[in-house]
Design a protein around this ligand. Structure first.
Ligand code: ATP
Ligand code: MG
Length: 566
């Protein structure tokens, strides 16, 4: 089902509580031993990493127990939904390495759901309420205090049937009527206090157009859709735990036999520090231009992470690490970052890029001479290939790798001190040239020809190793340094009146436009995983072109946040 290998060889993992329950159902022969799950996104936004947690358990359970997982678009609210999102959701699930059985749309069941509702009305178990949403809310009561019956509760069945039809013709205004289940206004579970089953929405639906004006509510659509499809395990997040009795109640009303019964199970939602996760908030970030689209590399969306350079395997490893529980909490985003860092360490091609260049001239190196140095692609991999990096008399090094008056423990370039140039020679700094303002324009050094990497003399101890690129063999590039989007640990908790603008990290994106990178980078494809040696993990942006190279910083080599904040 998936090409992505996440479990390490020989690793035996204990089962999570969902797997334990599924195995128990199987051993008891429930539903004839069949396993069927679904992933039910509402197509009103792009998938984020929280959804990935749901995707991994929905598809993972089906995969592990020889079942099937279908993709169901929960498109019961035409106002917020769009096909753009449908396509993006499919792409992201595929990126995670999963294949669905079928694609379904809750909207395909509108007729069946309507027929179920008619059946329930005919049984005297639902009625049309003409009160406003506010009035209905007022009568709900509290968990410790019973609610009040609606004055429309005892409406005759025939009248209910007639009004229900009219709710769907367009003659009744939005909000003027709803269909409510007639259950129990005193039930301790608030969801049983005559929940709304249908409401009127006068908005064209992206698939059914203007056929429907009355739309089913979540509680009347979800369980029924599971039932229609034959879902055996309907896995969702903890906030639906209190809906479960209602889920079972509606299925009881419509089910035709006792042979099959879908089961709802709940796990803890993923929340991450320094991150907002709800689609509504992510949409605000996009709409207000606070980020550059859903796939901005600072977004916690799967397309954002992909563009930023996270591998799908690292998402799996992270989800695996945090596991599935029955308790809500918030996960430190540095855990995700450390998983990504570890993953990229084994995956990324090591290359040379100078992001803040200053010229460095090796005064005793012959003019016009070019040496082809061997640069290993990944020292973590014993079978790693290597590539050629050209070395010459004129190089670029990082500005911060030179200091004229350096403190004692500065092991980089400073007059009189030796450093190694990665994959090349040991050089001794001899001085620099400054302009009228005192800015360093050029750094000078001399090389020792006996110290080329691989020569016996190359073992000579020097404390610092610097990366470099050759002036004549490097290309200009734009480098985008991404950081956390929020500067506060829990933006959802700290926002005022839904406004999180002030909580944004002003330094979440820095664009460097005069970087120089080794030529080899023109051979890279978008999304290839790279390590700019000594700087961090990067990838090629999707908008990069051979004549305008653009790189995104995926993550730094070390966690700098924990140091700053602790
Ligand atoms: P949001 O609250 O971000 O808008 P949602 O729950 O409305 O998300 P849906 O499209 O309805 O989004 O979600 C599809 C599935 O993903 C549901 O089963 C839902 O429970 C699950 N899901 C959504 N957010 C998370 C999360 N943060 N952690 C785990 N699962 C999640
Ligand atoms: Mg939802």
């Amino acid at each position: 089902m998936t090409d992505i290998k996440i479990e390490e060889e020989g690793e035996k993992k204990s089962l999570n509580f969902i797997e334990i329950a599924v195995e128990k159902d199987l051993s008891e022969g429930k539903n004839g031993g069949k396993i069927q799950t679904r992933f039910p996104p509402e197509p009103n936004g792009y998938l984020h990493i929280g959804h990935a947690k749901a995707v991994c358990i929905d598809f993972g359970i089906a995969q592990k127990y020889n079942g099937v997982c279908n993709l169901r678009f929960d498109d019961t609210n035409p106002v917020k939904e769009d096909v753009e999102y449908v396509d993006a959701i499919k792409e992201d699930i595929e990126w995670l390495g999963y294949k669905w059985g079928n694609i379904y749309y809750a909207s395909d069941y509108f007729q069946q759901l309507w027929d179920f509702a008619i059946k329930i009305i005919k049984e005297g178990k639902a009625y049309i309420d003409e009160q406003s949403a506010e009035e209905i809310a007022k009568q709900k009561g509290t968990p410790t205090q019973a609610g009040i019956n609606s004055p429309y509760r005892e409406r005759p069945i025939q009248e209910n049937l007639d009004l229900f039809q009219r709710m769907n013709t367009g003659e009744i205004a939005e909000g003027a009527m709803v269909l409510r289940a007639k259950i129990d206004m005193a039930n301790p579970n608030m969801h049983f206090r005559d929940p709304i089953m249908y409401r009127i929405i006068n908005h064209s639906h992206h698939r059914t157009g203007t056929t429907w004006k009355a739309y089913p509510m979540y509680d009347f659509a979800h369980g029924q859709s599971d039932y229609i499809e034959g879902v055996t395990h309907s896995i969702c997040t903890l906030e639906f735990e209190v809906h479960r009795p209602l889920y079972n109640y509606f299925i009881e009303l419509i089910k035709e036999s006792d042979k099959y019964q879908p089961r709802q199970m709940e796990f803890n939602r993923l929340n991450l520090t320094y991150t907002v996760m709800s689609k509504r908030k992510l949409l605000t970030l996009v709409k207000d231009g606070l980020v550059n689209g859903w796939d901005d590399p600072r977004m916690p969306t799967l397309c954002g992470y992909r563009r930023r350079g996270y591998s799908p395997e690292s998402i799996h490893k992270f989800i695996d690490k945090i596991g599935y529980t029955k308790y809500d909490g918030i996960i430190d985003v540095s855990l995700l970052e450390s998983v990504v860092r570890e993953d990229l360490n084994s995956r990324a091609t090591r290359v040379s890029a100078v992001i803040n260049p200053v010229k460095c001239i090796i005064t005793n190196y012959p003019e016009g001479k070019v040496e082809k140095m061997d640069a290993i692609n990944n020292p973590e991999d014993h079978n790693s290939a290597s590539h050629i990096i050209e070395f010459s008399r004129e190089l670029y090094i990082e500005r911060e790798d030179f200091m004229e008056d350096a403190p004692k423990k500065y092991f980089r370039m400073t007059p009189g001190q030796e450093v190694r140039l990665k994959n090349a020679y040991i050089v001794k700094c001899t001085g620099c040239k400054k302009n009228a303002e005192g800015d360093i324009e050029e750094v000078y050094c001399e090389y020792d020809p006996n110290t080329k990497s691989g020569m016996p003399e190359s073992n000579r101890k020097v404390k610092g190793t610097l990366h470099w690129v050759s002036v004549a063999h490097s290309l200009p590039a734009e480098v985008r340094l991404y950081d956390r989007l929020f500067k506060v640990e829990n933006p959802t908790l700290e926002e005022q009146d839904g406004n999180f603008r002030e909580l944004l990290n002003p330094d979440s994106l820095k664009v460097l436009t005069n970087c120089m990178v080794e030529k080899y980078l023109t051979e890279m494809k978008p999304l290839d995983y790279l390590q700019f040696q000594r700087i961090g993990y990067f990838n090629l942006d999707k908008n990069s072109a051979p004549d305008k190279l653009i790189f995104n910083r995926t993550i730094g080599l070390k966690d700098t946040w924990s140091k700053i904040n602790k």
